[in-house]
Design a protein around this ligand. Structure first.
Ligand code: TYD
Length: 133
């Protein structure tokens, strides 16, 4: 089974151009309690390198492209995000890394909870211990 849960977004574009609207609980399977976006990433920089104990996220590359590496402690998978119309849902207890950001990349993340550092697992060995019990 694929780790990447692809999620098509409601596209409301017309002759004037594109529009996507996302509502929590109906268009994504969680309440959206935080939104953040990553942009102007310096060339060669990778980000992430953590998992979340509880947090769920929807990641959408609304401009440009980047690669997301997912790892549930047993299986690893790389996906490329390059569409504002389709994203991936990243469940809790999923190690994620973001690589190869294009110059114009804007990675939008909709999250199920406010920022909480205690929800992060930033140590890969700790993550493996928690997932391979
Ligand atoms: P971090 O989650 O480590 O970034 P990434 O996974 O993209 O590499 O966040 C970087 C810093 O920003 C860290 O000090 C935590 C802070 N931060 C917040 O305060 N609120 C947020 O919503 C996010 C995502 C990060």
């Amino acid at each position: 089974m694929s780790l990447a849960r692809w999620h098509d977004l409601p596209y409301l574009g017309d002759g004037r151009g594109g529009l996507v609207a996302v509502e929590g609980l109906s268009d994504v399977p969680f309440e959206i309690r935080r939104v953040y976006y990553i942009f102007d990433t310096e060339r060669g920089v990778s980000r992430g390198f953590h998992a979340h104990k509880e947090l769920k996220q929807l990641m959408v590359c609304v401009s440009g492209r980047c690669e997301i590496s997912l790892d549930d402690g047993k299986v690893k998978e790389n996906v490329t995000l390059d569409s504002p119309k389709r994203g991936i849902i990243v469940e809790s207890m999923m190690w994620r890394e973001m690589h190869n950001f294009s110059e114009n990349c804007v990675l939008l993340v909709m999250a199920s909870d406010p920022y909480d550092e205690s929800d992060y697992i930033r140590d890969y060995r700790e993550f493996l211990e928690a997932t391979n019990v």
